[in-house]
Design a protein around this ligand. Structure first.
Ligand code: C5P
Length: 282
């Protein structure tokens, strides 16, 4: 038996840093959404734990990989041996602000519970997810959520439209701790979306009132991120663009798949070294 689970890209449609805890972690207010595309985790029975990565030759498949850490933590919490062969199909860029490791960790927690036919109670599962990383609980939720705290307080998001998206990464990794360290120590008010926004124009109007508080720091650390943002802003059919998470991936929202495809073609032609991916909000 083999179990395959999608690990969709996460997109921070806005991200306000609202405070800082004494332990150095930042308090956030963010709308997390998920894309129709991402990595894929497949697991099958085996005599021991192993991880094979397809599509990312530079990514370590050792004990430091968050997927292995997630598998070991889950098995320990369930009181069983972490025996499984895990294959990670890596389609998302590494260290790029769209979930990467967090979404893979969440997917492996889901896949292994199915493979081992054992379930951790939700409260324990979400606590374990948070130990793996601040974004793992929201990736476990897998659908649009308003996130606060350092990433552990999840509230279902109001309805948002399934708009076409273009994701653009300059193929330069951006370090999350470095971005948090570089940002100016000013804080924004939380502005969670409270009403349904099924209509594209109303949704975009709401997003335009918000921003990503990590964007300036990421652009300062990696000027290619600023180039990506400029290129998205220049797309005539783009309704809204911003950076996701701590960068460097930025996203553009479009009214139709055709509009997104046109922007994708233009960005790919002008920037052959960038990772450009058309998808949609799931
Ligand atoms: O939890 P995760 O491994 O994703 O966080 C990476 C780093 O990003 C943390 O070590 C911390 O420096 C910073 N961070 C933060 N506040 C958050 C999330 C991450 O300061 N809410």
């Amino acid at each position: 038996m083999s179990v395959s689970v999608k690990a969709p890209a996460k997109i921070n449609l806005y991200l306000h840093v609202t405070g800082k805890r004494p332990d150095g972690y930042h308090l956030l207010d963010s709308l997390f959404a998920f894309a129709a595309d991402g990595d894929v985790i497949a697991v099958e029975p085996a005599a021991e734990l192993s991880l094979e990565i397809v599509g990312a030759p530079d990514l370590s498949a050792g004990e430091d990989n968050i997927v292995i850490k997630a598998a070991r933590k889950l098995a320990a919490a369930l009181g069983i041996e972490p025996n499984a062969r895990i294959v990670l199909e890596k389609n998302l860029p590494i260290a790029s602000g769209i979930g990467g490791g967090s979404t893979d960790a969440a997917a492996v927690l889901k896949a292994l519970q199915l493979l081992w036919n054992k379930k951790l109670p939700d409260e324990k599962l979400y606590a374990l997810a948070l130990e793996l990383g601040a974004d793992v609980p929201s990736c476990l939720a897998g659908k649009a959520v308003q996130v606060s705290g350092v990433g552990e307080i999840l509230t279902p998001a109001p309805k948002i439209p399934a708009l076409p998206v273009v994701l653009v990464n300059p193929n330069k990794p951006v370090s999350t701790p470095a971005v948090f360290k570089t940002r100016k120590p000013v804080f924004s008010e939380p502005m969670p979306l409270t009403a349904d926004c099924a209509d594209a124009d109303a949704f975009v109007a709401e997003l335009k009132k918000r921003h990503n508080d990590l964007q300036d720091a990421a652009c300062a650390l990696e000027p290619a991120v600023a180039e990506v943002l400029k290129s998205l802003e220049r797309q005539p059919l783009c309704l809204f663009s911003a950076m996701s998470g701590s960068g460097g991936t930025c996203f553009g929202l479009f009214r139709t798949p055709k509009d997104a495809a046109q922007a994708c073609a233009d960005l790919t032609a002008n920037h052959p070294n960038w990772w450009v991916k058309q998808t949609a909000l799931a």
